[in-house]
Ligand binder design. Sequence first.
Ligand code: NAP
Length: 527
Amino acid sequence: MITGKNYIGNRLSGNGTKTYKTFNPSLHIENENEFIEASTEEINEAVFLASDAYIGYNQKSGKEKAAFLTAIADGILALGDILIQTYCSESGLPEGRAKGERGRTIGQLKAFAALLEEGSWVDATIDTAIPDRAPAPKPDLRKMSVPLGPVVVFGASNFPLAFSTAGGDTAAALAAGCPVIVKSHPMHAGTGELVASAIIKAAEATEMPNGVFSNLNSSGIEVGVQLVKHPQVKAVGFTGSIRGGRALFDLAAQRDEPIPVFAEMGSINPVIILPEALENRNFELAQTYAGSITVGSGQFCTNPGLLLGIKSAALSSFVTLLSEEIVKIEPSCMLHPNIIEAYEKNKQTAINQPGLVVAAEYGAEVSVNHARQAVVTVEGKTFLENTKLHHEVFGPFSMIVQCENAAQLQEIITNLEGQLTGTIISDNNEIAKYLNVIAALQNRVGRIIFNGVPTGVEVCPSMQHGGPYPASTDSRFTAVGVQSIKRWVRPFSFQDWPDQLLPNELKNANPLRILRFVNGNQNSDSI
Ligand code: NAP
């Protein structure tokens, strides 16, 4: 049942005075439940509880934390249809997508549970003492990863489950040993509360300390700002717009004690279509990209917002074919009236830029809150000179840049902002003639794709989801896959520490049988 209240640790609380409702974009009506924004007292209580919980939670074994994460996954599934219905009513996304995203969310939690069960993720590194080393004895040093402390998580509007309350950031931070306070996304507060209830039940069932998780409602930016400024908060995870991520990053940097903000933000995901591929597969590519641009109403951070080709008859015909294909696709509902309003405004701002030509825009009647997909073209020189054209238009929109030659293509890639992904469409060995372009692209992105589409992010350890700024605030880390746990830990060394007082991961006997680097060799032996 949705109460509209906040979870302050294990307790439901609604002391605030500001209330709001979520919105059903498909029906264009407000949803029934009223949510109470967290008050300053509730925010402080949640953070102090998290700070207290950290002391017990960071001592929990990998197996105990794995049991907690598994119980969360099971609890989310046990919520059943109400979760799927609430998700759909708060996002306008179809049931199939809701179920798929639930599966992904559960899969992520279970992947972290498996990582914890195995245990080697802590990067245990041991250099044993050499007491008789001359001229000075060498001490015994043992290093491993330890959790940072309470983490605040901001989810995005476009992934109510997988990048929200129990999404990747929360799963990774809890796995690392950090208590989590979620700043619930106002567009899907009901989905958030249901998932939060599953997390709290799991925490109680597995005897995790009260405060290991809190879920705070908010209808504007104030709750998030207070959380990021709070001295007991030690790190922030954010998924959303560049504007929001950058504001929180700056806020965290201005604190007396600056803290890391791992913000995963928007991207235009350049796709380079090389001439031979364009010549040979014009129609197939047009169909594939019409689908990729419009899937989920274009509301993906990996949406292909920029297609680049070298001027030719084949490129002109690709523009025509893509234009024909994209308007055949039935428009779909966007997440919220605010999102479609921003889409229409940003699309229009782009279209109004000098030199832009609208190649296609869905023209027939659309249902309420359904987006009209569009494709525009621009000359390479114009694109280079006008950086307003380099920004994400969040929605089913893509820009085709018609370059004069390979040199201009390379110059454009070099001048792009950081991106989550870059894609090369190439036939045979054509790619070998463009190695400089590929090198330039590799320098701008976190993941490079050959002959595919950027949409669809596989969740597995080798996935890199993050890229040079502004794709993310720290390109050294991924937001997807179990390695995202590295964002919430710091390395810590014990020097000459008594064996019985060391964590199990570093003890001579290696009771967990994890893989460790011992005097330069990786093994799971005891010492
Ligand atoms: P958003 O408007 O930036 O909102 C995200 C969250 O941040 C919301 O809870 C919002 O709170 C909060 N927020 C925004 N600005 C803030 C500020 N100045 N101070 C404090 N809090 C602030 O983004 P969205 O519309 O939800 O999500 C769409 C964006 O996410 C797109 O750009 C998409 O590309 C990106 N995205 C990126 C990834 C990735 O992994 N890189 C994944 C999914 C989506 P309020 O709503 O209460 O203001």
